[in-house]
Design a protein around this ligand. Structure first.
Ligand code: PMP
Length: 427
C-alpha cells in the first residue's frame, strides 16, 4: 500500500469521505487522492515523495506559487505578534484601503474568512438594502455553500452529479431563480415578469466552477442594464476571478461597475481570507451602522491579512499580469496545438492566470455545452498527467491556475506531457 493509500484509508475513519471539501476525494476521476506534504514554487510533493507540477494552486489563491518567501515572511512576522485579537488592527485598514484603491467599484469593504461567507453576506445585504427576497443566479455557477446558492450550482455539486443540495428548505430554494448563463433573452423575460421582486443578480463574471466559461459582452451589459432599470443590485462574485484574471479583476475587463463584489482566494494569498464590498450607501446598511447583521470571530485575522497584503503587493508590480497572462496563453496555445495535431476534440482557453481545458470541439458557452464534453476522456487524461507528474484539478468542471512561479520551461514540459497523455487518450 502506498503512503497516499494508507492515509486515505486512515482519513476515512474519522473524516466523512476522508476529506474536508468534497472534490478533493477524486470522486469523479476515481483513484486515490494525493496527500501533500510540501509545496514550493510551481511544485507540490505527495506523501510518497512524488513531485508534481501544480495547476490547482489551492484552487486559485496561490498566484505567486507555493511558499513564496515574501508571503511566508509576512505571515511569520505577524504570527510573532499574536495570532488573533478579535479587535481592530492597522493592517486590516491597509488591506481595505488597498482593495478600494485597486478596484474602483469598492467604496467600502468588509473582510471575512471564506468566499462562502462573502457571498452569503453580500446576498443578505442586497436583500436588506432592497427589501426584496428573490435572487437570480445562473446554472453551473458556484458561489459557495450558503443555502440559497446551492441551487443548480457548479463545482463539487457538478462533480458529484447533483447540482442542488439536500437539506436546503424549499422555501429558501424558491427564492433563488436560476437562468442559463449567457442567455440575454431569458434574463429579459424574467425581469419583465418579476423585476420588482428581485433583490440581486449574483454572477461569476467569468465562470470557473463549470470549467471556464466566459460571459459574453451582451450578457454582461444586459445584467447591468436590467438590474439598474428594476432597482436590483448586481453582485459580481469575483472570489475566483478577483486579482486572478487581471489587476482590475473581471469587472475591469468587462468595463462594468457592479454594486457589490465578493473577493477571496488571491486576496488571502493562501490563508483564510475573503471580502465583500461595493457602494457605500449599500455597505452602510451593515451592522454596526445599519440593520443588516454580519460578523466573524476571525474576520480580518492578522495572519491572513499579512498574507493578503504581501500577495497584493507582489501582483501590483508593473508587468506582473502581462507576464502571467502570456505564460498561461503559452500553456493553452500549446494544448490547442497538440489537440489539432492529434486531431482529437480537445481545446483550451485562458483569461489572465486562469484556464479551462475541454474534451470538446470548441470552448463552451454555458452549462449544457460543458455537460456535453467527453468526461471519460478527461478522466483518462487526468490520470495520465498525474502519473507523469502534472497535478490538474481532479474534475472536468473546474478551472486551472498558473502561478508566477511556473516558468516557460515548466509550461513546455507540461505541454510535452499532455501530448503523451492525449496520444493515450486517443486510443
Ligand atoms: N464563489 C466562487 C466564484 C468560488 O469559486 C468559490 C470557491 N471556489 C466560492 C465562492 C466559495 O469560496 P470558499 O470556498 O472560500 O467558501
Amino acid at each position: 500500500m502506498s503512503n497516499n493509500e494508507h492515509l486515505f484509508a486512515r482519513a476515512q475513519r474519522h473524516i466523512p469521505g476522508g476529506v474536508n471539501s468534497p472534490v478533493r476525494a477524486f470522486g469523479s476521476v476515481g483513484g486515490t487522492p494525493r496527500f501533500f506534504v510540501r509545496g514550493e514554487g510551481p511544485y507540490v510533493w505527495d506523501a510518497d515523495g512524488k513531485r508534481y507540477i501544480d495547476y490547482v494552486g489551492s484552487w486559485g489563491p496561490l498566484i505567486l506559487g507555493h511558499a513564496h518567501p515574501a508571503v511566508v515572511e509576512a505571515v511569520e512576522r505577524a504570527a510573532r505578534n499574536g495570532l488573533s485579537f478579535g479587535a481592530p488592527t492597522e493592517a486590516e485598514i491597509d488591506l481595505a484601503d488597498l482593495l478600494c484603491e485597486l478596484l474602483p467599484s469598492l467604496e467600502q469593504v468588509r473582510l471575512v474568512s471564506s468566499g462562502t461567507e462573502a457571498t452569503m453576506s453580500a446576498i443578505r445585504l442586497a436583500r436588506g438594502f432592497t427589501g426584496r427576497d428573490k435572487l437570480v443566479k445562473f446554472e453551473g455557477c458556484y458561489h459557495g455553500h450558503a443555502d440559497s446558492l446551492l441551487v443548480k450550482a457548479g463545482s463539487g455539486l457538478l462533480t458529484f452529479g447533483n447540482p442542488s443540495s439536500a437539506g436546503v428548505p424549499a422555501g429558501v430554494a424558491n427564492d433563488t431563480l436560476v437562468l442559463p448563463y449567457n442567455d440575454v433573452a431569458a434574463l429579459e423575460e424574467l425581469f419583465s415578469a418579476k423585476g420588482s421582486e428581485i433583490a440581486a443578480i449574483i454572477v461569476e463574471p467569468i465562470a470557473g466552477n463549470m470549467n471556464l466559461v466566459r460571459a459574453n459582452p451582451q450578457f454582461v451589459q444586459a445584467m447591468r442594464r436590467l438590474t439598474e432599470q428594476h432597482g436590483a443590485l448586481l453582485i459580481y462574485d469575483e472570489v475566483m476571478t478577483g486579482f486572478r484574471v487581471g489587476l482590475q479583476c473581471a469587472q475591469g475587463l468587462h468595463g462594468i461597475t457592479p454594486d457589490l463584489t465578493t473577493l477571496g482566494k488571491v486576496i488571502g494569498g493562501g490563508m483564510p481570507l475573503a471580502a465583500f464590498g461595493g457602494r457605500a450607501d449599500v455597505m452602510s446598511k451593515l451592522t454596526p451602522l445599519g440593520p443588516v447583521y454580519q460578523a466573524g470571530t476571525l474576520s480580518g485575522n492578522p495572519l491572513s491579512v499579512a498574507a493578503g497584503l504581501a500577495t497584493l503587493n507582489e501582483i501590483r508590480k508593473p508587468g506582473f499580469f502581462e507576464e502571467l497572462t502570456a505564460k498561461t496563453c503559452m500553456l493553452t496555445e500549446g494544448f490547442n496545438a497538440v489537440g489539432r495535431e492529434l486531431n482529437i476534440p480537445f481545446c483550451a482557453q485562458s483569461v489572465g492566470g486562469m484556464f479551462g481545458i475541454y474534451f470538446a470541439e470548441q470552448v463552451p458557452d454555458n452549462y449544457n455545452d460543458v455537460m456535453n464534453s467527453d468526461r471519460a476522456r478527461f478522466n483518462a487524461f487526468f490520470h495520465d498527467m498525474l502519473e507523469q507528474g502534472v497535478y490538474l484539478a481532479p474534475s472536468a468542471f473546474e478551472a486551472g491556475f498558473v502561478s508566477a512561479a511556473h516558468s516557460g520551461a515548466t509550461i513546455m514540459a507540461t505541454i510535452s506531457t499532455a501530448r503523451l497523455a492525449l496520444e493515450h487518450a486517443k486510443r
